[in-house]
Design a protein around this ligand. Structure first.
Ligand code: PBG
Length: 343
């Protein structure tokens, strides 16, 4: 045995152990690390979710999402202009609807002048180059915060699908480039595709929240859209059990068969295995939603000085890409776009 000081080492040297293979060789300098880097984060990977409200010149804080605001359309349009200048390809809009407009069936989603449709018109007009993705789901519009019509304690599937398909057509007519159903009802992708095509919107794409898991990471979003205090029970009868992976494959397969142009995995970071599986299995445009709880955790730990929030932001997004995403919905989009520009 060899000795190191007075400590006894094993018989073999490191070169004997590794067969002279040294993986640190390519890590030793910045130039070689850059040369062998396998994945990169680019501004082209980003979709920015924003929250819109009625009114003028108002910016409301969201306690659990520091740095994210609910914006009236005048301010939202300015921020979207800024996002387009940074090179962010698309935004996704989510409304916070006045309580008195919410009802049992979420009927206000069928109002051409609801804030979501007004936002599409205003953004389409002012920032024609940016992609607009609208949320075709009932939860911000219902008095109970569920993504479907609630009757006798049950989220009624088929009636909800009919309403979402109608809402999707309205969203397309008001300027949406992509309709994104986030509700997980069975058959909604096919019904939306049929309805869009029947109304002349063949070119409007569908980004399906194909694998949306019943998750504790949506909390801050529910504060943002005002469903936190309303939601009775949970969403386990329609979102996927987070213990499951085969089921996610079946959901994605179904949505693709029904006509989804893009699929999404939600949440993001705890579900890297799902992203990789779907990308390998289907080889279609695949997105991740880095959800509100993921954003909040990074922000909170950063604010406490427990982690470097900027580095954690970049790492979490790059890791989502490494897992196989083509792009990411993230509340960090403008921040990371600025960071990438500065680099
Ligand atoms: C519901 C919906 C959710 C999110 C967006 N749309 C989940 C929910 O409230 O159950 C979550 C987004 C986030 O957490 O950032 N259709």
């Amino acid at each position: 045995n060899r000795m190191f000081g007075d400590r006894k080492l094993g018989a073999r040297s490191v070169d004997e152990i590794t067969g002279s293979r040294r993986l640190r060789r390519m890590r030793k300098a910045d130039w070689s690390r850059r040369l062998v880097q396998e994945n990169r984060l680019s501004v082209d990977d980003l979709i920015w979710p924003i929250f819109v409200i009625e009114g003028e010149n108002r910016r409301e804080e969201i306690a659990a999402m520091p740095g994210v605001y609910r914006l009236t359309l005048d301010l939202a349009v300015k921020e979207v202009e800024e996002a387009a200048k940074l090179g962010i390809p698309a935004i996704a809009t989510f409304p916070n609807i006045a309580l008195e407009r919410r009802d049992e069936t979420g009927s206000h989603i069928l109002d051409a002048d609801n804030i979501l449709n007004k936002a599409s018109r205003a953004i389409r007009d002012a920032v024609p180059e940016i992609g607009i993705i609208t949320d075709a789901a009932l939860d911000p519009f219902t008095s109970h915060g569920h993504d479907g019509i609630l009757r006798d304690g049950i989220i009624v599937n088929d009636e909800t699908v009919a309403q979402i398909a109608e809402a999707a057509v309205l969203q397309a007519a008001n300027g949406a480039d992509v309709v994104a159903p986030s509700d997980m009802m069975d058959g909604r992708v096919g019904a939306i595709r049929d309805a869009l095509d029947a109304n002349g919107f063949q070119d409007v794409a569908i980004m399906s929240y194909a694998t949306k898991f019943a998750s504790a990471f949506y909390g801050p979003y529910r504060e943002a859209v005002g469903t936190a205090g309303l939601l009775k029970g949970d969403k386990k009868t329609y979102y996927i059990d987070h213990a499951n992976s085969d089921e996610a494959v079946r959901e994605a397969e179904q949505d693709l068969a029904e006509g989804a142009d893009m699929i999404m995995v939600k949440p993001g970071l705890p579900y890297l295995d799902i992203i990789r599986r779907l990308k390998d299995e289907f080889a279609v445009p695949t997105f991740a939603y880095q959800v509100s709880g993921e954003y909040a955790m990074i922000k909170a730990a950063g604010a406490n000085g427990w982690i470097d929030a900027e580095k954690a932001m970049h790492e979490s997004l790059l890791c989502l890409k490494r897992a196989g995403c083509d792009g990411i919905l993230t509340y960090f989009a403008p921040d990371v776009a600025r960071l990438l520009k500065a680099d």
